[in-house]
Design a protein around this ligand. Structure first.
Ligand SMILES: C[S@@+](CC[C@H](N)C(=O)[O-])C[C@H]1O[C@@H](n2cnc3c(N)ncnc32)[C@H](O)[C@@H]1O
Length: 301
């Protein structure tokens, strides 16, 4: 049994085995620049498990009884940085152009349901931002296009006959629980302005809780983006600041899967430092100011 203070030697062969296992399980690729981070987290997990070699740790991870430890290791390797209203220019494009286009197109076809997905949602700020912006866009759309439905009192966030579902998924149960709870500190709320706080949050002590009506629009669930079968029929997918931890081969596979998960004409939003350039020919890039998004290309039959 290893003494808690001692660093156990990690051989190159063990490192390669563990690197490959992590890649195979979740797509995260630790190149030489990030190898140190992986080594550090592996040392911590080895100590927690009180094992004396990384090979034994590897054997544990690939065993039936090691499934829980494998998910704990993956949780320890993820970077969960996020915030409300992250990347303002991109969200302006989403709010003012993309939502407007989708709502008009759906209204013309008599389809009144919207499905969106925050893939790699971390603690939920991205999904709740999507929900707030979509509720606002829907209210404005309904104001301009009255449909004769008498709004019930109190007025619902999503006006009849529209339906909005937002899936927020991640590989870490810890962040999913926090998102589901929907309670945020003053620091986490820094980028949420006054009018959004008033309409979509309740003050609970020194923190802010997402109002029930908004919370009900967002469903948190575990999905590993590495797996083949992912949630289908989405109008919009946000997958921001996730692909940057994958290598190019994994990014290509993921973007192909996203194309299959989107409805015709659906939109994919990736992070500021990410691009689909060179990864796929299934999307057109659109942009307003410095905000970018990708629209799935319609394939005529
Ligand atoms: C940096 S956060 C990004 C959060 C949010 N999308 C944003 O841009 O603010 C990356 C998230 O991706 C998740 N993640 C990493 N690999 C994943 C995988 N294979 N499947 C699902 N989620 C994954 C991590 O757990 C983490 O919460």
């Amino acid at each position: 049994m290893a003494s808690p203070a001692l660093q156990v030697q990690l051989s190159d062969a063990e490192m390669k085995l563990l690197q490959a296992l992590v890649y195979q399980e979740c797509g995260m690729y630790f190149d030489s620049r990030r190898a140190h981070f992986l080594q550090d987290r592996l040392q911590r997990r080895l100590r927690e498990c009180r094992l004396d070699s990384f090979y034994s740790y590897y054997r544990l991870l690939i065993s039936e009884e090691g499934k829980q430890e494998l998910s704990r290791l993956l949780e320890n390797l993820t970077v969960n940085e996020t915030s409300f209203f992250r990347n303002k220019a991109q969200l302006d494009l989403f709010h003012k152009h993309v939502l407007d286009e989708i709502l008009r197109r759906k209204q013309e076809k008599g389809e009144f349901s919207l499905r969106m997905w925050s893939a790699g949602c971390s603690t939920g700020q991205e999904a709740y931002t999507m929900a707030m912006l979509t509720c606002d866009a829907l209210s404005y759309h309904c104001l301009r296009n009255p449909n004769g439905h008498e709004p019930p009192s109190p007025k619902p966030l999503v006006a009849m006959p529209w339906r909005l579902e937002i899936l927020a998924s991640d590989i870490s149960y810890t962040v999913l629980r926090a998102g589901q709870e929907g309670i945020y500190s003053e620091t986490q709320m820094a980028s949420v302005d006054y009018s959004y706080r008033l309409r979509y949050f309740d003050k609970v002590g020194d923190r802010y809780a997402v109002k029930k009506a908004l919370k009900e629009l967002v469903h948190f669930d575990f999905h590993n983006l590495k797996t083949e079968y992912l949630p289908q029929r989405n109008d919009v997918i946000f997958c921001r600041n996730v692909m940057m931890y994958f290598d190019e081969a994994e990014q290509k596979r993921l973007v192909e899967k996203f194309a299959r998960c989107l409805n015709p004409g659906g939109y994919l939003f990736v992070g500021h430092a990410e691009t689909l350039l060179g990864l796929t020919d299934k999307f057109n890039m659109i942009y307003r100011d410095i905000g970018t998004a990708y629209q799935k290309i319609e394939v005529s039959a």
